[in-house]
Design a protein around this ligand. Structure first.
Ligand code: PMV
Length: 327
């Protein structure tokens, strides 16, 4: 095998990952919990060949920027080392969701690349090994190897072999929906690695944030297993706000929110107070991700679409694990 194509879905953290215990191996300081999103996916083809003098990358049909090519090439070096091969590769990767909206594509992207790249290189990795590999590309990508509801382990070994994701429940377990309220166009200004690094080094609240994570993980897993929406709403909002509070308190403050982000937080709380079961979460950008159960999704979507300044909404249900696609 020298060529393979894989698809992986993005995911949204319900208990956030924010901070690394090792930058080189990209090891998270704490674990996290997420839902994999059907529909927000990346499809990636990797083909190794003797005719290439370096890796070639196309993103969404266009020749990629050099910085992106180098990041992907560095990731393929890990696969080449493991497989004992030296050939370079042609990589083609496309997102089926608007990259321009600044939504995270690194999770689905590195999960698809880990699976397509390792298969094309002749490796037959287990899901755990794939999760460990994907983590080297991006922390959240380790979770996108699995479908449904997923837990990431921080581990404590120096080699990172215990820092992998694991499924909590399959996608069919709970008809939870995520409606993304897109609030701005263009890529985010402060990437997650820089944002985490600034928080770790300078925020007086970083340690306090870390202390919230393990209890939140246990609580969220309990709520997911029991399909307890109210409890999950409470934990997920607490985790999101604690993460952003630690980031905002850094020097300089890492502030991903715009006015509309705060407006939407209040709006979601008003909807909940009026009897519509919803909660919000926010990542390293200005968009607000609103969760609800399947029976409430049309009402939630309509409310968000009518909110002044919301550019678009994208709705996803729990998605499956990363998979190979037959040519
Ligand atoms: O995987 P990264 O390096 O893009 O970081 C993800 C950070 C957050 O999206 C803010 C939180 C998370 O757990 O996904």
């Amino acid at each position: 095998m020298t060529k393979a194509t894989a698809r992986a879905h993005s995911n949204i953290a319900l208990v956030k990952y924010w901070g690394k215990r090792d930058i080189q191996l990209n090891l998270p300081a704490r674990g996290s919990v997420s839902m994999t999103l059907e529909g927000l996916s990346t499809e990636t083809t990797v083909e190794f060949g003797d005719d290439l003098s370096r890796d070639e990358l196309k993103l969404n049909e266009e020749v990629a920027h050099e910085a992106d090519r180098e990041r992907i090439s560095g990731f393929l070096d890990l696969i080449r080392a493991e497989a004992g091969i030296e050939q370079f590769a042609r990589i083609q990767s496309s997102n089926n969701f608007p990259t321009a909206a600044g939504l995270a594509s690194s999770a689905s992207g590195f999960a698809a690349l880990a699976l397509a790249g390792s298969t094309a290189a002749g490796l037959d990795l287990s899901k755990r090994e794939l999760s460990i590999l994907a983590r080297r590309g991006s922390g959240s990508a380790a979770r996108s190897i699995f479908g449904g509801f997923v837990r990431m382990h921080a581990g404590n070994q120096n080699d990172g072999l215990d820092a992998y994701a694991e499924p909590i429940e399959v996608a069919e377990h709970w008809d939870l929906r995520c409606v993304v309220a897109v609030t701005a166009r263009g890529p985010k200004k402060v990437g997650s690695t820089l944002g985490m690094n600034t928080t770790e080094r300078t925020s007086p609240y970083y340690r306090a944030w870390l202390d919230t994570v393990n209890p939140h993980i246990e609580e969220s897993i309990h709520a997911i297993r029991k399909r307890d929406f109210e409890h999950l709403a409470d934990v997920a909002e607490a985790s999101c706000l604690a993460m952003h509070a630690s980031a905002i308190a850094a020097r300089p403050g890492v502030l991903y929110w715009r006015g509309i982000t705060v407006g939407l937080i209040h709006f979601v709380r008003e909807l909940r107070a009026s009897g519509l079961p919803v909660f919000f979460t926010i990542d390293a950008g200005p968009h607000v991700k609103v969760f609800c159960e399947g029976d409430a999704v049309s009402e939630v979507r309509k409310n968000l679409q009518d909110f002044d300044g919301v550019i678009d909404t994208i709705t996803a249900k729990p998605g499956g694990s990363a998979e190979l696609i037959e040519e």
